[in-house]
Design a protein around this ligand. Structure first.
Ligand code: ZN
Length: 127
């Protein structure tokens, strides 16, 4: 009597039912292992990783644009908001740089305000 066949969950090759490993790709056919390795969980992890990396990038760009008012504040807030979604080391770095960006943005904003006041005063009182 012919052996019962099933398909490899990884590569789709027809394999003997009850095989522990796929002879073609070597994937573990144990249903308990498959349960732990749901593709959904992988994509969720990937999303969290890309979120924390983008928080880092947002915060760093904000830091680099510190001389432009509002840009570092907006980017810093975006970085912190993204970093809040998980607790990886990237997120912690993103959060810290985001705070520094906002502080520098605040300083830049004050500097611009003083510069505009200075120009306005100069225009009002030409020597
Ligand atoms: Zn396979």
């Amino acid at each position: 009597m012919e052996k019962e066949k099933t398909y490899c969950h990884h590569c789709g090759t027809s394999i003997d039912k009850g095989s522990h490993y796929c002879p073609v790709c070597g994937a573990n056919q144990d249903p308990n292992v498959n349960k732990e390795r749901k593709p959904f969980e992988f994509s969720k992890e990937d999303t969290q990783n890309s979120l924390s990396v983008s928080s880092l990038v947002f915060s760093l760009v904000g830091l680099l644009l510190f001389y432009i008012p509002f840009a570092p504040i907006g980017l810093g807030i975006a970085g912190i908001a993204l970093a809040k979604r998980n607790e990886s080391s990237y997120s912690k770095a993103g959060k810290t740089i985001g705070i520094v960006s906002i502080v520098l943005g605040g300083i830049a904003l004050f500097a611009w305000a003083f510069y505009i006041i200075y120009l306005a005063v100069k225009m009002a009182n030409p020597c």
